[in-house]
Design a protein around this ligand. Structure first.
Ligand code: LMR
Length: 332
């Protein structure tokens, strides 16, 4: 599958002549959008909704072609494809922007920082969130908004509730230095893997466990490859919608307004869906009887939080302490 996808990418990049520039006069503008999760996830659903809204608002003059579930591009390939114009829009998790040269995005990965989605939204809408979007122009990207998935939980073939439970575990992580540091601070070994490879890596025992919101865990059938889910809610997973400036400037002011309007509606709707999907998928996981579900007690949470203090210091050293100071002001 990987070879096939790589050939596909090479094919796309080989013809990366910005296909939207070559459209016939009067033909609809087709916006190509790639992502790595299943259709029936918060992100999958919100982006389908965006496609519907954009088609409706533009009376069919703009259409969205969605490539879901890493079918076209993996985590590793998608940003390169956007830079080269082989796709037009992406919605990577905030955790994946650090590796691309935007380490400030990893603020959202800090463990036990946010208590609920309302706190996350205050930061996104405040100066920190807006500064992050503005900073994307350093790589000629335009940030068009944020979308929730939800809070992540730990899974493995054992409960992961106390720092000592993590020792020696090989845990799949996204390509975020904060998340890798989080796992190391608990004595685990972080293994960076593309999302699309994670389920197989769990099933083959290449890694022992991972962290996910339940919607991603359930829709990738990771429950068939893990015996225990610890409901730690230790970190947040959300997304940033990005396009390349070249594509954005190619659109007319009216087309840009349509995209913004459609996104605004779809992202607000998506955030409501995200809560619902994670709740319903947790019920389905519970009912499936596949995994033991563990709740975390306040004292366990406190011990994990304490062991993770160096992660905060590490990020503050890398991006400067002022980011965390500002975030603290806005979160409250
Ligand atoms: C992950 O890699 O775990 C997530 O970023 C996947 C996603 O897009 O939700």
């Amino acid at each position: 599958v990987n070879v096939l996808r790589r050939r596909c990418l090479q094919g796309l990049l080989g013809s990366a002549c910005l296909p939207w520039q070559a459209v016939r006069a009067g033909a609809p503008v087709v916006l190509r959008l790639s992502h790595v999760v299943a259709q029936h996830t918060p992100k999958g659903l919100a982006l389908q909704r965006f496609a519907q809204e954009l088609a409706a608002i533009s009376a069919g003059k703009m259409q969205v072609q969605i490539y879901a579930n890493s079918q076209l591009l993996s985590d590793d390939d998608e940003m390169q494809a956007l830079q080269l114009g082989a796709v037009d829009m992406l919605a990577p998790s905030l955790s994946k922007f650090g590796r691309l040269g935007f380490p400030e995005f990893e603020l959202f990965d800090l463990p036990f920082l946010f208590q609920d989605a309302a706190q996350v939204h205050r930061v996104m809408q405040g100066r920190v969130g807006q500064a992050l979007l503005a900073g994307l122009q350093r790589q000629r990207l335009v940030g068009l908004g944020y979308l929730d998935n939800g809070f992540k939980h730990m899974s493995a073939n054992r409960a992961l509730l106390e720092p000592q439970d993590f020792v020696g575990q090989r845990l799949r992580v996204q390509s975020s230095r904060v998340i890798a540091h989080q796992m190391r601070a608990l004595g685990a070994q972080p293994v960076v893997l593309d999302f699309g490879q994670t389920r197989r890596a769990l099933a083959m025992g290449v890694v022992d466990g991972t962290e996910n919101p339940i919607s991603n865990f359930w829709t990738q059938r990771m429950h068939e490859a893990q015996t225990d889910v610890s409901l730690t809610s230790h970190g947040y997973l959300g997304y940033c919608i990005v396009v390349h400036q070249r594509f954005w400037q190619y659109l007319s002011p009216l087309q840009r307004a349509w995209v913004e309007q459609a996104l605004q509606g779809a992202l607000a709707w998506g955030n409501v869906q995200a809560q619902q999907r994670n709740t319903e998928d947790l019920q389905a996981l519970r009912a499936s009887g596949h995994c033991r579900l563990h709740t975390i007690h306040a004292a366990q949470r406190q011990r994990l939080r304490q062991a993770l203090e160096p992660v905060y210091q590490g990020l503050a050293q890398r991006i400067g302490p002022q980011w965390l100071v500002q975030l603290e002001k806005e979160r409250a």
